[in-house]
Design a binder for this molecule. Structure first.
Ligand SMILES: [Zn+2]
Length: 396
């Protein structure tokens, strides 16, 4: 059998968005070798060569460019590789997703994918914090540097050598989403002027950006599907959600499934962010369980135990039970997780504009998130922020 080719050149399809390939996790992660075909809300007519549009553009330097820094800022003025063109149907999913030119297309696609999600949570379009001086974000898909960074007018991606072979961050959705998270925070909250190094603003930015990455990852149908099938619906098991910005299957840079409380972390921003990320992750899982129970897929007892203190016997009992109902009703597991994701994502997105970099504390951010959340989400967030010693509990 031969599948039908994409022959639509115009008409209704070109008015519904543009198709790209995106790898939900880097393609060297087992199980993620194939990219997902996604529809971005931007229309083919709105994308120029590069790709580029009114918000951003890709620049791929011909030689090894130095990373941007305080004395080096965009726009890049040197020699560059040819701008990538879409396929004849003006979509980008007929290009080879593993080719060198696709690096920039992949980064561009990831940024739009994440923006589509977070602009929905924020309820309005993002205006870059640098747009008075630089109207568009410059995306540099490859810099010979083992890092990824976003700053004033740019998002640039290096290359990890972990594992022996070069692994470009341009194929790493987590890393791109995290960096874009920083740009979203600055664009919504403003630039931290005169903020001390000890301020909670910097660890908050790290934690929030990890949450942007985590929640955005849960928008890939294939990722949710793989995650649930692999764990048979039991997300207490080790899974994709707690591997952030992964550079090889063995190395984990940050962990969302951690048990750290504020009294147990240092002032180093990534370390100090851990309780916040942990509380958000726990809240998604708690709501997922609550939704499973509501859908008749798990025993109500699941809601009355402290999951951090489960005994092995209890854990096995829950695992067996969820595995059984996962076979019978997989769709409800999917819906339960998607609903949990959005309950938390909406609350996170709602608070940024009301937080101020100069005075921000984790306690204040947590209060605002709880106040922005609804019903069970507010209750779970409040409980988890309190357990992490980020904020006090209202209850005695
Ligand atoms: Zn960061």
């Amino acid at each position: 059998m031969r599948p039908h080719p994409n022959v639509t050149l115009d008409g209704a399809q070109s008015r519904t968005g543009t198709r790209f390939w995106i790898f939900p996790q880097p393609p060297f992660i087992p199980g993620y070798e194939q990219p997902d075909r996604v529809w971005l809300s931007i229309l083919p007519d709105e994308i120029g060569s590069g790709p580029s549009d009114t918000l951003m553009y890709v620049v791929d330097p011909l030689y090894d460019k130095q990373p941007y820094g305080s004395s080096r800022l965009p726009p890049f003025g040197g020699a560059r590789r040819p701008a990538v063109q879409p396929g004849p149907d003006r979509h980008y999913d007929c290009l080879d997703p593993m080719s060198r030119p696709y690096l920039g297309v992949h980064a561009y696609g990831c940024i739009h994918f994440v923006l589509d999600i977070w602009q929905s949570y924020l309820g309005r379009p993002i205006r870059w914090f640098f747009d008075a001086a630089l109207p568009r974000l410059e995306i540099v898909p490859f810099v010979d540097w083992d890092n990824a960074q976003a700053g004033y007018g740019f998002l640039e991606l290096g290359c990890s050598r972990a594992g022996g072979s070069p692994r470009p961050y341009a194929l790493n959705f987590d890393a791109i989403a995290h960096e874009l998270g920083h740009l979203i925070i600055l664009s919504e909250m403003g630039i931290p002027v005169g903020v001390s190094r000890e301020s909670d603003f910097f660890p908050f930015s790290e934690g929030f950006s990890d949450c942007v990455s985590l929640i955005s990852f849960l928008y890939f149908d294939s990722a949710i599907d793989r995650l649930l099938r692999r764990t048979r619906g039991n997300l207490l098991l080790f899974n994709e959600l707690n591997r952030f910005a992964e550079t090889s299957p063995e190395s984990q840079i940050r962990l969302a499934t951690n048990f750290r409380r504020m009294s147990e972390v240092t002032r180093e921003p990534h370390d100090r962010a851990l309780p916040f990320v942990g509380a958000v992750f726990d809240s998604i899982i708690d709501l997922y369980h609550r939704n499973l129970v509501a859908n008749g897929c798990a025993a109500p007892r699941l809601l009355n135990v402290d999951l951090r203190e489960l005994t092995l016997d209890e854990f096995d009992w829950f695992r067996e039970l969820t595995a059984e109902s996962f076979v019978a009703k997989p769709l409800f597991f999917r819906l339960s997780l998607m609903a949990a994701r959005d309950q938390i994502g909406r609350a996170l997105g709602a608070v940024l504009k009301d937080l101020h970099p100069a005075t921000l504390t984790f306690n204040q951010a947590a209060r605002a998130i709880v106040n922005a959340a609804e019903g069970a989400a507010a209750e779970r967030l409040e409980e988890n922020f309190a357990w992490r010693e980020i904020s006090g509990s209202r209850r005695p």
